[in-house]
Design a protein. Structure first.
Lengths: 355, 813
């Protein structure tokens, strides 16, 4: 997303902001206006709008005489807009007018709303019905927008399980999902090499390979965690990074107690999200952590031994696979990355028999 | 000692910060490069510096910020550590604005809504950044407190993250004592947001460099001049501090001042000074973690989770989880696997361990335990240094007493006791031993004014060991003063745990007992102890001396033999022979004395013999109570590295009276060869006397005497010696002359002397004549005087006795 914002596609402008902290649709409106005011064409349109009739014009007119719609005054602008907002219930009408105004914008505009799921989570937490109302309203607005105005909704957490729980998952079905896939090994090696070079950290070729293979997957975050530790270590020692140093950083820092909290959600979210499948999932992951890979039949047997004969192993594996814990290749189930397997073996509590 | 703990980087000059910054230069320079590079680019990272309290975070950030300001023109804002004025992002930004613009009043004071303050302050900062083009660094300490308490609402954290990740007008450098939950929880806004820089504990080398850097900055040339010698102490600092710079500096204070006389007090003060620090550290972790940590601390050495679980009545799973967190907080670390299977953990910071033991351990032993471990590590087996320091402390003790200001004496005694307690095998009664050494040097005139002060001190001290030690000293002092009754009273207050007394303590105790209750009582008690107490085997020499004193020569000899049998050290044997000889001679057990001296000689070390003779000579001089003679002896003994002829003479005397006259003779010949005429001129009288005694001593076995005079080389030697010296000796032999004349007669009778030697021949003639007066009168006046002198007329005898006292045996009386 940042790359899109930094280097927009030809003919496109990008307005991007993090909305994680936004707690109410009215605040969303204020933030969105403030964000769009940084876009000169939109700012011009808004300025013109103050001379036209309508609720949006009246609202924006409150601040326009004294303030230029410019970056140096954005803070004060937001404060005034917030204070001048007729009522918190006015946000749908005002936003609709704003989006309608934006359709007149020349040129394409991509509006990136980062941490959109977190914002919706905030709405739900404050007022569930109001949140659902916002989602319905926002879906309708998106569908009305002309093609040159697009939304990109980013998020580091998956909101679908939450919406599923509320029975409104369809409110996002107009969105095209775009999952960031792990990099291939060669790309991972290149990534590692370039990050090290960018950080001015000299590394032996073996060290680069060791970083890549220790993580065992091209997930950027995992690679960066190990890279960060390796760079720190190399800087502290003022030496060229070696494979031994990588192994040490991996075992001591990434897998060790220092990073326990960093990855603990991998096991804690089983408790919060898996319901009756939590314990079978733990048993399956515990087995895979020890054996590296297993067939579905073997996992079935493991569950039977642990008194979970009534839980289909395929269900457990499917759920774990959808959450990127495991992968299934040619009938063999294994952890999705070597790193996750190592972490699980060292940090997740063992489950032996639960019934 | 408190100065280093109060080291405040914000008050130090940049020169001091730079010159005392060790072990982290690579990290600092790398971070500096990153900050500068980010400031020039479109996006910037924000940083979290992680290190336990005292790990040098403030030093690091202070130095970094000053360098950026000085070298790169950055604007730097350091927020107050406690964040008391911050409860929203708006107020956080408001604080930054006020500090940056050095405002006393907030420009947003009229705003009631924190979110408005947020927007306005952010705008103000952004605009300032645009106008000045100076990069801004905001240093925010205690990130955990800020996010966990002040900005705990998710909205606030999300907003701050949005500001930082977007068009942030400043770079944020935060510090924390560990990974902050709000930045490591997956669902938290700041999850993995900050770039982490971890400050590891200093290595052993770093600690040495830090000590050296501090000493250089403090201009402590004395310490710098002996860095190699204090390496052991620096290792101890590393051991106790665990490489934590703040604690290194605290201990550096001790290193700098040396082991002062009230070190124990200073150490306890140090523990008081670190109390807020450790309390704060414990405040960083949960109560259950504190409980686990306490259990680990109170166990000796590395321990297993299972063992901790038993002690705390928690489950092993709970313990493992807590240990994991404690490891993150760097309170504990894996401590190896002694049994090859289970995982062991230990507390990283030894000083913390000692601090907690002080507070949680048993009342009676907790201080001792701390100080014991401190001293053991501090001296690290360098007993000579321990003894030197103890002697120093004892010296100060006596100086205080002599000066009439015994205020510090109680602390001094405590230091001595703790020093001794640290080395129970060798120095457990160091307090008595070191004090006694100082007392030995004091004469009656010195002691008299000191006694009342010692009495007062003894009455004021509560600790039983120290009280007894002072009373024992009092007993010795009274003994020196010859005041038996007060000595008895003082000794009556001595309540020593005999089982804890070392050899020296036992010796002193026996010595005092001998004085107040008599040697028989002390000897009797000593024999009982010998059967019951292991340490008593090291007191057999003294017990033997007591035995000799009470006439139990046979038992004394057994004790002496037993002592010698267990003594390998040459110096110790030398001293033992000296004392044995001395004791036996004093009790007039001459034969036994000679027997041991012969044994000393057979030990084969001439040095031993000579030193032993020194004792004889000293004893002899003391016996005479002759100040002039003592002075003369001191002068003649001269350089102890040389072999003073006087010793040789004494040796010859002893051998003469012993059973090895052949050795005596051979020694004399060797001395003559070595020292030539110079020696001969000066001491020939004594030598001749020895020769004479060899000849006249009826105790000498006849076969030895036959050998002596029958041996041609011996005869020639004797003859030449007598010819050369006896004439002169006749007029200068003083009180020995009669013996010499007797000897001459024996030598003549045994045909050792070829021809007559005057005035001996004339004297023999006079003595053997029927009319001694007539024969004497017939002599030449000079000869008559000489002969009179030799044969010892009544008048001349009285004159001699008036000068020298009545002594029949000139050497060994």
């Amino acid at each position: 997303m940042a790359a899109l914002a930094d280097a927009p596609q030809p003919g496109w402008s990008v307005a991007m902001a993090d909305f994680e902290y936004v707690e109410h649709p009215a605040e969303f409106l204020t933030e969105l206006v403030a964000l769009l005011l940084l876009d000169d064409p939109v700012a011009r349109l808004l300025k013109q709008a103050t001379r036209a009739p309508g609720a949006l014009a009246r609202w924006v007119a409150v601040v326009s005489p004294e303030l230029a719609f410019s970056r140096p005054e954005i803070g004060e602008l937001k404060v005034r807009l917030g204070k001048a907002l007729p009522s918190t219930a006015a946000w749908p009408e005002l936003t609709e007018e704003l989006l309608a105004l934006m359709s007149k914008r020349e040129g394409s505009l991509l509006i990136i709303i980062d941490e959109f799921p977190m914002m919706i989570g905030n709405f739900i937490q404050r007022d569930r019905d109001s949140a659902i109302h916002f989602l319905k309203w926002f879906r309708a607005q998106r569908q009305r927008l002309p093609g040159h105005i697009r939304f990109l909704l980013g998020g580091s957490v998956n909101i679908e399980p939450v919406l599923e729980g509320l029975g409104v998952v369809a409110l996002l079905n107009d969105l095209e999902r775009f999952h960031l896939q792990p990099m291939e090994r060669e790309k991972s090696i290149r990534f590692v090499r370039e990050v090290l070079a960018g950080e001015g950290c000299e590394a032996e070729e073996d060290a680069i390979i060791t970083i890549t293979d220790a993580i065992g997957t091209g997930v950027h975050f995992f690679l960066q965690v190990l890279l960060s530790e390796c760079i720190s270590e190399a800087r502290r020692r003022n030496t060229t990074l070696t494979a031994d140093q990588v192994r040490s950083a991996y075992e001591q820092r990434v897998l060790g107690p220092f990073s326990r909290g960093r990855f603990s959600h991998y096991q804690s979210r089983l408790k919060s999200n898996y319901g009756p499948l939590e314990q079978p999932a733990r048993i399956v992951l515990g087995h895979l952590a020890e054996t590296e890979s297993a067939t579905l039949q073997e996992l079935r047997q493991v569950l039977v031994i642990a008194s979970f004969a009534d839980v289909p192993a395929s269900d457990v594996v499917a759920r774990l696979e959808s959450d990127f814990y495991v992968t299934v290749q040619r009938g063999a189930v294994s952890f999705s990355s070597r790193f996750l397997r190592d972490w699980w073996r060292l940090n997740a509590p063992a489950v032996v028999s639960l019934r | 000692m408190s100065e280093p703990l109060l080291f405040n980087p914000s008050r130090a000059s940049i020169q001091e910060l730079e010159r005392t910054f060790v072990g982290r230069w690579q990290q600092l320079q790398a971070l500096e490069r990153d900050l500068i590079a980010d400031a020039a680019g479109s996006s910037r990272r924000h940083w979290q510096l992680i290190g336990p309290r005292g790990s040098g975070k403030s030093h690091f950030t202070e130095l970094l910020s000053r360098r950026l300001a000085r070298d790169q023109g950055w604007e730097v804002v350091r927020l107050p550590e406690e964040h008391y004025q911050v409860s929203s992002v708006g107020e956080l930004l408001e604080q930054i604005v006020m500090l940056l613009e050095q405002l006393d009043l907030s420009p947003f004071a009229r705003e009631r809504n924190p979110r408005d303050v947020e927007e306005l302050a952010l705008q103000r900062l952004r605009n300032r950044r645009l106008r000045s083009s100076k990069p801004m660094l905001v240093i925010l300490e205690n990130l955990g407190i800020l996010l966990g308490r002040q900005l705990s609402a998710t909205r606030e954290q999300s907003k701050l993250r949005e500001i930082l990740i977007g068009d942030s007008p400043f770079t944020l450098l935060t510090t924390s004592t560990s990974y902050v939950d709000e930045a490591s929880r997956h669902d938290a806004p700041f999850y993995d947001f900050f770039q982490i820089v971890t400050l590891e504990d200093l290595s052993r080398i770093d600690v040495a460099q830090l000590v050296e850097a501090r000493a250089e900055w403090d201009g402590d040339t004395q310490l710098l001049g002996q860095m190699e010698q204090v390496r052991q102490r620096i290792d101890a600092i590393f051991h106790f501090s665990g490489g934590n710079p703040r604690l290194v500096l605290a201990l550096y204070g001790i290193l700098r001042r040396g082991v002062t006389e009230d070190l124990n007090k200073q150490l306890l003060k140090l523990l008081d000074e670190v109390t807020p620090y450790y309390q704060a550290r414990l405040g960083d972790v949960s109560p259950q973690m504190v409980r686990v940590l306490t259990a680990m601390t109170l166990s000796d050495g590395p321990t297993t989770p299972a063992e901790v679980a038993r002690r705390t009545r928690l489950t092993t799973t709970q313990i493992t989880a807590n240990i994991s967190k404690l490891t993150q907080e760097r309170f504990v670390r894996p401590g190896g696997r002694p049994d090859g299977r289970r995982r062991y953990y230990e507390v990283v910071d030894r000083l913390f361990r000692l601090w907690l033991q002080m507070r949680e351990g048993g009342e009676g032993r907790r201080k001792l335990r701390f100080l014991t471990e401190f001293f053991q590590r501090w001296y690290g087996g360098k007993n000579a240094e321990l003894w030197r320091d103890a002697t120093h402390v004892a010296d100060v003790f006596w100086q205080e007493i002599r000066s009439g200001r015994p205020a510090r004496c109680a602390d001094l005694l405590a230091t001595l006791e703790y020093l001794g307690s640290a080395f129970p095998g060798e120095y457990r009664d160091l307090i008595i031993e070191s004090l006694a050494e100082g007392l030995e040097a004091a004469g009656p005139d010195d002691l008299a004014p000191m006694v009342p002060l010692l009495e007062k001190l003894a009455s004021e001290i509560e600790d039983a060991t120290r009280k007894s030690a002072v009373n024992l000293m009092l007993t010795r002092a009274y003994r020196t003063l010859g005041r038996l009754e007060p000595a008895r009273q003082a000794f009556g207050r001595v309540v020593l745990d005999e089982s804890t007394l070392g050899a020296d303590g036992l010796n002193l105790y026996l010595d005092a007992l001998a004085y107040v209750a008599g040697a028989p009582e002390a000897f009797k008690k000593g024999l009982v102890w010998l059967k019951k107490m292991r340490m008593m085997k090291y007191c057999q020499l003294q017990l033997g001396e007591l035995g000799a004193e009470v006439g139990e020569v046979g038992r004394a000899k057994e004790l002496f033999e037993a002592h010698l049998a267990q003594t390998d050290c040459v110096n110790c044997r030398r001293l033992a022979y000296k004392r044995i000889f001395f004791a036996l001679m004093r009790s007039r057990a001459y034969d036994a004395a000679m027997e041991f001296m012969g044994q000393a000689v057979r030990d084969g070390k001439a040095e031993i013999e000579i030193r032993a003779m020194e004792a004889t000579a000293r004893w002899w001089a003391e016996k005479l109570k002759d100040a002039e003679e003592l002075a003369r002896l001191a002068e003649e003994w001269g350089d102890p590295d040389d072999v003073p002829p006087w010793y040789v003479y004494q040796l010859v005397c002893v051998r003469t009276h012993g059973d090895r006259p052949d050795d005596a003779l051979r020694l004399m010949r060797g001395v003559q060869v070595r020292y030539g005429n110079g020696f001969w001129d000066q001491f020939s009288g004594h030598v001749i006397e020895c020769l004479v005694r060899i000849a006249v001593n009826h105790d000498i076995p006849s076969d030895v005497l036959e050998w002596l005079v029958g041996d041609r080389s011996n005869r020639e030697f004797l003859a030449s010696a007598c010819r050369a010296e006896m004439p002169r000796l006749a007029s200068s032999a003083g009180r020995y002359r009669r013996g010499i004349l007797d000897a001459y007669r024996v030598l003549v009778a045994r045909d050792v002397l070829p021809g007559d030697i005057e005035p001996y021949a004339a004297a023999v003639s006079v003595v053997s004549s029927e009319d001694r007066e007539k024969s004497l009168a017939a002599l030449h006046p000079e000869m008559r005087e000489a002969v009179s002198f030799l044969i010892g007329t009544e008048r001349s005898q009285r004159k001699v006795e008036a000068e020298h006292g009545s002594v029949s045996n000139p050497t060994l009386n």
